[in-house]
Design a protein around this ligand. Structure first.
Ligand code: MN
Ligand code: MN
Length: 416
């Protein structure tokens, strides 16, 4: 900040302090006097804080940190939140889907997300796409199928809390199982991804001359008379056959993929547990098939995902349950706080520092996803703990005794 703009502020502070001293001497309580100095009141009742005219009360109630931001917020940080509740829902006979992409949330350049519901027997058509697909089962059960570049097969059943990864270009399908199908989250390492425009089996065959299909499989052209003229996308059929039977058939001649595309998060112990909550980190270290890293975070009421940043990649977030808030700070004195709840998407660009705080009365569960095989972060605490105490204290003046007590290892979730 240029010195000129600091001068009046400093003078105002000085006058403020001296007038508080005068009021204190006159018997006026200091706290009340200090509140008078602020242009904000704690209950937002000052005339300058009134909100006449139209307002959206329900949206305001969901976003208290936008309506009354912390006084530390400043500058023009672009929005980093979008809700699946605002996304168009495409409804088909076998279920529905909706997506949040860079077209909805402009800063989410490197990742996009999809929610999908499949009823029991509902099939997300055999397809592939250029980017990789990371998925988390949010409800129910599904059968996934995929074939790799060596013809090796992966057929797996996925339960709530488990996940999968389909590398880019690998063809796959998803089918809802009993008793009530499933709902899942998909995350793609491409902000411009479009779930409505993937490479579909039926779409491709409908756009290939029947005589070429006949030559390809060495059968008469009439064999393909029943190929749909239009994509199926999400359609309804009977439940699949037993898992063992479908595995045996698909693995014939080539075998199974060596590194499963399925990961059973439900059976994994948390990577870290503290008083404030827990985290499971799933990346290429424990899930070799993945080129997308993720952290599944649970914050207890009052818990804090500590101040940190990610030096290697952008972070895409999905909120599963509870309520929380996040402040993202960016260079040049920009900071903004936004509120999150179930179904919201958050996005933080590479190396931008942030925290997530549980502001509700129940657990806050959210997912951090990164378009890289390896999870990496740097926490404020870990940074300061491994920098000369003298130097840190010369910056922030909290005293070396306070600095000595900072944990030598990052806490991830506070309190420890
Ligand atoms: Mn897909
Ligand atoms: Mn983060």
């Amino acid at each position: 900040m240029p010195q000129d703009s600091q001068k009046p502020l400093n003078r105002r502070k000085f006058l403020g302090a001296s007038s508080v001293a005068l009021l204190a001497a006159a018997g006026v309580p200091v706290a009340a006097a200090q509140e008078k100095q602020s242009i904000r009141s704690t209950d937002h009742s000052s005339p300058n804080e009134s909100q006449p005219g139209p307002k959206n009360g329900s949206l305001d109630a969901e976003n208290p940190d936008s309506v009354w931001s912390p006084e530390t917020d400043a500058g023009g940080q672009p929005p980093f939140k979008y809700s699946f509740s605002l996304a168009h829902k495409r409804i088909e006979e076998g279920g529905w889907t909706r997506q949040v992409t860079v077209r909805d949330l402009p800063i989410s350049k490197k990742m996009a997300g999809v929610e999908m519901r499949l009823i029991a027997g509902g099939i997300r058509e055999l397809h592939w796409h250029v980017g990789a697909e990371w998925a988390l089962m949010l409800y129910g059960n599904a059968r996934i199928t995929a074939v790799d570049q060596h013809g090796r097969s992966n057929v797996s059943d996925i339960k709530e809390g488990d996940l999968w990864l389909f590398p880019g270009g690998i063809p796959h399908s998803i089918q809802g199982l009993g008793p009530d199908g499933c709902k899942f989250l998909l995350v793609f390492d491409d902000g411009n991804f479009n779930e409505f425009e993937t490479f579909l089996l039926t779409d491709w065959m409908a756009h290939t001359p029947p005589e070429v299909l006949a030559k390809n499989f060495n059968v008469p052209a009439e064999t393909f008379a029943n190929v749909p003229k239009k994509e199926l996308f999400i359609f309804k059929r009977d439940l699949p056959r037993p898992l063992d039977e479908e595995r045996r058939q698909t693995e014939e001649g080539t075998g199974r993929v060596p590194n499963s595309f399925a990961f059973y998060t439900g059976q994994m112990q948390p990577t870290k547990v503290t008083k404030g909550g827990s985290v499971k980190i799933v990346d290429a270290k424990n899930f070799p098939a993945t080129n997308i890293a993720a952290a599944i975070v649970t914050l207890k009421p009052g818990g804090l995902r500590e101040l940190h940043w990610h030096p290697n990649e952008d972070e895409w977030q999905y909120y599963v349950s509870g309520r929380g808030r996040m402040t993202v700070f960016s260079a040049g004195a920009h900071a903004r706080t936004m509120d999150f709840q179930a179904g919201d998407v958050g996005y933080i660009e590479k190396s931008m520092p942030h925290y997530v705080e549980n502001t509700g009365n129940e657990d806050l569960v959210f997912i951090e996803v990164f378009p890289t095989p390896h999870y990496e972060d740097i926490s404020l605490g870990e940074w300061l703990a491994h920098t000369p105490l003298r130097l840190v204290n010369e910056h922030i003046g909290v005293g070396e005794d306070v600095l000595k007590k900072i944990s030598r290892q990052e806490s991830v979730i506070s309190p420890e």
